[in-house]
Design a protein around this ligand. Structure first.
Ligand SMILES: Cc1cc2nc3c(=O)[nH]c(=O)nc-3n(C[C@H](O)[C@H](O)[C@H](O)COP(=O)(O)O)c2cc1C
Length: 194
């Protein structure tokens, strides 16, 4: 059995020690191409990306990150993933697919970044309200995530002690059995203990 796909999936991590080295335009184009190859409901392609790699926008964007995302400061490029509900399937029983599609596009982008030797760290920790006018995002759209990009840095001195430990720690995941049900919903939630 081939593990060619699993290997880069396993290598990708949400690391935080970033260098400020610029990312070549050709690498950024490759990331966007990978993201745009993601599947989407009825091929609606609900993603709208904003590549932020120039001043003053980049510094201004960083001003609106949550304090815990201080580590993004050296990043030479942040990609905003934006969308809105009516860009994708809206099924009358309540299912909406735009964020699902954007998530798959984000994953393609992050895996391609890993292959290019880049860190691509998704974040939700930012103030959306000031970011929208800064990046000229129309009111109806949501900024679903920012992907903080950068080449890895050996210098961990900028990181908090917790984040320094996270850089070296093994990946944390709940046991597979707790999130997978075979032929029925995973047991713990479908059969709460009486
Ligand atoms: C939607 C989303 C939002 C996230 N927001 C943040 C964030 O604001 N700050 C942060 O440091 N990491 C953030 N992360 C990264 C996760 O903490 C990280 O992916 C998770 O701990 C698993 O680690 P791994 O990606 O190295 O496997 C976010 C990830 C996702 C998918």
């Amino acid at each position: 059995m081939s593990h060619e796909v699993l290997a880069p999936i396993d290598r990708r991590r949400a690391h935080r020690a970033l260098s400020d080295q610029p990312i070549p335009r050709s690498d950024l184009t490759t990331l966007l191409h990978a993201a745009h190859l993601a599947p989407s409901c009825a091929n609606n392609q609900p993603w709208r990306f904003i590549v932020v790699n120039a001043e003053p926008e980049l510094s201004q964007l960083k001003e609106h990150l949550s304090a815990g995302n201080y580590w993004a400061e050296p990043s030479p490029c942040i990609i905003a993933i934006t969308s809105k509900s009516d860009l994708d399937c809206q099924i009358p029983d309540g299912r909406e697919y735009h964020a699902f599609g954007c998530g798959m596009a984000a994953m393609n982008l992050m895996l391609q970044a890993t292959e290019l030797g880049l860190i691509a760290h998704p974040i939700a920790g930012y103030r959306q309200a000031p970011i929208k006018p800064l990046l000229r995002v129309p009111e109806a759209y949501a900024v679903l995530a920012l992907v903080v990009l950068g080449f890895p840095s050996d210098d961990h001195t900028l990181l908090s002690e917790k984040h320094r430990q996270d850089e070296r720690s093994a990946r944390q995941r709940d046991p597979l059995e707790s999130v997978v049900g075979w032929n029925r919903f995973p047991l713990a939630e479908s059969n709460p203990p009486s």
